[in-house]
Every structure is written in C-alpha cells, then in structure tokens.
Design a protein around this ligand. Structure first.
Ligand SMILES: *Cc1c(COP(=O)(O)O)cnc(C)c1O
Length: 231
C-alpha cells in the first residue's frame, strides 16, 4: 500500500507542477491535502510514511478517532467538511486548519472556544457557495462582507483564505469559471491568501486558476467504500 500511495502522490505532485508551469506559477505555492476520509488509521499512517504532509478529514467524529490513534502532531490535520456548532470545541482541539467556516455564528463560537481552550491562533478559510446550491454548505457571496468584517475583530480566529466546492461536471472546463470566481473574491478580500479548490478530477484546472491547497482523495487512496469504513 505504501508504494502505491507513494506513486500516486508523486504522480499528483507532477501534475500539480505541470499545471503550475502552464499557468506561470511556482509549484512551491501549492500544497496537497490528502483527503483520507473513510480510510482507516493504518492507511493514514502509510500515507504519512509515503510523504503526505497534510491530511484532510470531513467529519469531526471520524477524525477524532484517527487523530487519537495516529497523533495530533504526526501530520497537519485539516477539516474540509461542514462544521456543526456542537462539534466546534472538538474541531478546535483536533485541527490545524478549518476550511469550512460559513457563518458569523460559527466564527463567534470558534473565537469564544479558542479563548477558553487557550488556543492563540486558529487558521480558517471561508467556504463560499458559488453555485447557490441549496443543499451545499458554504456562505453566499452577498453574505461575505458581514463575515469578513466580523473576523477583522477576532483575536484568535485568523482568516487565511477561501474555499469552494463547485458543482460536479464531467467536463472539467465547466468548473473553471467557479475557480476563477473564487480567485477574484480572494484577491478582493484577502490578497495572497489561500485558495482551497480542486479535487481528484479537477485539481489541475484549479491549479491553473490559482489554487494553493488542492484536496485530493480518490486519486491518492482509490475509491472510497463508505459501508466498509464504518464511518
Ligand atoms: C471528499 C472530498 C474531497 C476529495 O474528493 P476526491 O474526489 O476523492 O478527490 C475534497 N474536498 C472535500 C470537501 C471532500 O469532502
């Protein structure tokens, strides 16, 4: 498994480097978040041994079990799934970066918890819903100013950039305008901030459009089996 993971990571890093070159970017600006959701701790350990520096998990409960098993400091842990208010304290304890801040209410809660937990700084990205999809999480573009204004007064919660999950299109070129839009918003709100965008099937387009964090699961770990995972 470790050899397969090492090969997959190398292949993705090559593709990232090629996409960066096409866009006249430096590949060093781009970090790979290996999305390990549904995979057991043993596989995550192998991914770390194979060179993964950041692991992405989408559920607090599932991540908690694995982080306890592998170690909070063994790798950088990123939360990439929706965060419910009642899981915020655990998230503050478990994660280095939260990609999915999507309301003033959640920001206020995270700020209060950081103070209680004596966590001096918590890096967050705002998840923006660019497709106006009712079922998707993320804040609407028109509600962004309220949230960024609130974050300006936070001492602990630190806005580092933006994240989005575009709708799925078979043709990845259809996704490009969403990535471009997120970059434009980033340039307005937090110049030089992080851009978390791109998954297995579209990360090269995301890199061409400025992604600094790509979230890749299937292309590293293979297909997910939600039933067998137990999560
Ligand atoms: C699962 C997930 C990914 C990874 O998706 P793949 O298609 O397996 O690469 C990326 N981002 C988020 C938010 C996810 O939930």
């Amino acid at each position: 498994m470790q050899d397969v993971l090492r090969e997959n990571l190398a292949e993705i890093n090559n593709k990232i480097a090629e996409a960066a070159t096409r866009a006249g970017r430096n590949a060093d600006e781009i970090k790979l978040v290996a999305v390990s959701k549904t995979h057991p701790g043993a596989v995550l350990r192998e991914a770390i041994a194979a060179g993964a520096k950041i692991l992405g998990e989408n559920k607090v409960q599932e991540a908690e079990a694995k982080i306890n098993e592998i170690g909070r400091g063994a790798v950088e842990w990123h939360l990439i799934g929706h965060l419910q208010g009642n899981k915020a304290r655990k998230a503050v304890r478990l994660f280095d970066v939260i990609h999915t801040l999507d309301s003033v209410e959640l920001a206020a809660r995270l700020e209060r918890i950081c103070k209680e937990e004596k966590r001096a700084k918590l890096k967050v990205l705002i998840q923006v819903d660019l497709a106006n999809e009712v079922a998707k999480n993320g804040i609407k573009e028109e509600d962004l100013p309220k949230l960024t204004e609130f974050l300006r007064d936070c001492e602990c919660v630190e806005l580092k950039g933006l994240m989005t999950i575009p709708p799925f299109f078979e043709d990845v070129e259809m996704v490009r305008p969403f990535f471009r839009k997120l970059r434009e918003l980033r340039d307005e709100i937090i110049p030089n901030g992080e851009l978390s965008m791109g998954m297995s099937h579209d990360f090269e387009v995301a890199v061409e459009e400025g992604a600094t964090l790509v979230r890749v699961g299937t292309a590293i770990f293979g297909e997910r089996n939600y039933k067998a995972s137990g999560f």
